[in-house]
Design a binder for this molecule. Structure first.
Ligand code: ADP
Ligand code: MG
Length: 611
């Protein structure tokens, strides 16, 4: 029988390799930014269109390439960064595999313009599906510019597999931030569909963090510094009072490379010990410098995980360093010598005494209470609940029994309102969290926050799909400022946000004027709803991989539902329970957690030892 094994053509081999290296536009962004850094650039710009699906362009002012190198750079295993196997154990550059450009060129149309210092002409190369389409001298400035057009144009399955634009832009911004954060000595800018998203000047690490995450971070950061034989640590953790409800800004960099490590994350979380409850997460930005021979970065194709020779010692050092930093902050919280004056932070007067800042917030304060011109949302039909409810109503015995018990209940529950009408007497709120209600066969316990989340989730999902969100116009439009990344995400979500019922316009680079809000929000603080919405959206996106509409509906519901701890009057409880039973799926949240528990009267009787 004839031999059947053949070597795959390069274009096919490259396409297969591309599957590992380039999963989405953000992966290409990461590779191009890293190449620009390795080339010694000090100014790098990123331009994307259509979430990187139609264009990703990275321009740098680094070393540039000779004509031969430019051509060779697209070959697989072509790299200027390592020569021998031994070099693998002493890597000081971001790249070293020589795979990225070959992979990108296999699955996109690529235009490269590059010129070395002192040359009159540079080189222009057009590639498409691993083939050189054109190569000619060109005039261009010193450095390199890569334009990646129509990513995955020849791998439709991959292209279709990409998520919505907001999600892909979010991934790109994540990669951009990870690279830009740790290279504060390089200026970075980013443009999305012509909008400037970031414009970061050279500066200190602190200035870079503030440049990316906003001015308010300046006073949130506690410096962490430690220098041992094994590892040098420098960076910042957030003050405990600024901890977040979701994992927010948590960054480890090892030798200027962003890494993920659940183990080291635990070391930081652990250092906060008693300072945070278990559902609070600190932000941190920690740079570790370590002898490259003591780590192995070769274990993951996209290189966000690394192996340390002595992980446990590093754990202990990080934990101690963060603990010490927090200890110092506790003793002298306002003595933060590193704080940058250039951010216009008022300097402390000599006469000011040093004390721990306390923040008093009135959670029920609502600036919209009188501003909203109200158009009440349509009430859903309450068939299911009515049938449950009426089965109780019909049972006169129980009503009489209940009447008799009322006296006793008053003794036990100050929540019971004497003035309420007959029908509503069966609703009782306990611990400002659970609503108890009686059924013929037993009773129901309803979690008020989850119930409201379920109701809003279904309503928002419907609004998103049908584009029929009802708007309440604000009498006084509200201007809301965001950090650049969030403003961009919101901009990407604008048609969905409009379907939900928001009417808003982008003003300036990262501010919006909100003219109207979804009727479901009633009297909520607009800025808080947006902040929480974006935070939830980002978390759900990365952790749950939800569809965009579901994600948005869940995030909106989570951020605008009434919370546990809110006292409800009987009418409010009734509306809530009515609306819950009008839901398609009243019994649980989209994540499966229960909204209602039902308990059987027989069980209760048994507990009291009745026959
Ligand atoms: P690697 O970065 O692993 O070496 P790449 O495929 O990313 O592999 O790049 C191949 C080579 O092309 C690099 O080793 C470098 O010599 C060259 N190169 C890529 N991008 C640039 C750039 N922006 N400026 C100068 N040279 C570059
Ligand atoms: Mg590279």
């Amino acid at each position: 029988m004839a031999d059947i094994i053949q070597l795959l053509p390069d274009s096919v081999a490259n396409q297969i390799a591309a599957g590992e290296v380039i999963q989405r536009p953000a992966s290409a962004v990461k590779e191009l930014l890293e190449n620009a850094i390795d080339a010694g650039s000090d100014t790098i710009s990123l331009v994307i269109k259509d979430a990187g699906k139609t264009l990703i362009q990275v321009n740098d002012n680094g070393s540039g390439m000779s004509e031969t190198d430019a051509r060779l750079s697209f070959e697989r295993h072509a790299t200027s960064k390592i020569k021998h196997a031994a070099d693998l154990f002493n890597i000081n550059t971001k790249g070293f595999r020589g795979e990225a450009l070959a992979s990108i060129a296999a699955i996109a149309q690529v235009e490269l313009k590059t010129k070395k210092e002192g040359k009159d002409l540079g080189t222009n190369i057009l590639m498409e599906g691993s083939e050189v389409k054109e190569q000619e001298p060109c005039s261009t400035s010193k450095g390199t510019s890569f334009s990646i057009k129509n990513l995955f144009f020849n791998v439709p399955a991959r292209r279709n597999f990409l998520k919505s634009n907001p999600v892909e832009v979010k991934h790109i911004i994540d990669e951009f931030q990870r690279v830009a954060l740790v290279h504060a000595d390089i200026s970075f800018s980013m443009y999305n569909n012509g909008n400037e998203v970031f414009n970061l000047k050279k500066g200190s690490f602190r200035q870079r963090i503030v440049g990316i995450f906003g001015e308010k971070y300046n006073q949130r950061l506690v410096p962490v510094i430690e220098d041992t034989d094994l590892v040098k640590i420098e960076g910042f953790v957030s003050k405990p009072e600024f901890a977040k409800k979701t994992r927010g800004e948590q960054f480890f960099f090892v030798n200027d490379r962003f890494i993920k490590s659940a183990y080291l994350n635990h070391a930081v979380q652990n250092a906060f010990d008693q300072l945070l409850s278990k559902d609070q997460f600190p932000s941190y930005f920690l740079k570790l410098t370590i002898d490259p021979t003591k780590i192995d970065i070769n274990i993951h194709p996209t290189k966000t995980e690394i192996k340390f020779e002595d992980e446990r010692a590093i754990y202990a050092i990080i934990r101690t360093a963060v603990k010490q930093a927090l200890g110092k902050h506790n003793i002298a919280p306002t003595l933060d010598f590193e704080q940058e004056n250039s951010f216009n932070v008022p300097l402390m007067k000599n006469t000011d005494s040093i004390k721990v800042p306390t923040i008093k917030v009135n959670p029920s304060y609502n600036p919209f209470e009188t501003k909203i011109v109200s158009t009440p949302p349509p009430k859903p039909k309450a068939d299911n609940w009515d049938s449950l409810y009426s089965s109780f109503e019909k049972d006169t015995n129980e009503i009489i029994e209940h009447q008799e018990k009322k006296q006793e209940q008053q003794v036990f529950s100050s929540n019971w309102d004497n003035e309420e009408d007959e029908e509503t007497k069966t609703l009782l709120q306990l611990h400002n969290k659970y609503i108890f209600t009686q059924l013929k066969s037993g009773y129901l316990i309803i979690d008020q926050q989850r119930a409201h989340e379920r109701i809003l989730f279904e309503q928002f999902l419907k609004n998103l799909e049908e584009g029929k969100g009802i708007t309440q116009q604000l009498l006084f439009p509200e201007t809301v400022d965001f950090v650049s990344a969030d403003a961009e995400l919101l901009n990407e979500l604008k048609s969905e946000v409009a379907n939900l019922g928001f009417t808003m316009d982008k003003v300036g680079r990262s501010s919006f004027v909100v003219n109207g809000v979804p009727a479901e929000l009633k009297d909520q603080n607009v800025k808080k709803v947006f902040e929480s919405l974006l935070e939830q959206f980002k978390m759900n996106e990365s952790e749950l991989k939800l569809k965009k509409h579901e994600n948005l509906a869940i995030s909106m519901a989570r951020s605008s539902a009434i919370k546990s701890g809110k006292k409800l009057n009987t009418e409010e409880m009734k509306v809530l329970v009515d609306e819950l039973f009008a839901c398609e799926m009243p019994y649980s949240l989209p994540n499966g957690k229960p909204t209602i528990i039902s308990l059987n009267l027989d069980d209760l009787n048994q507990q009291f030892d009745y026959q």
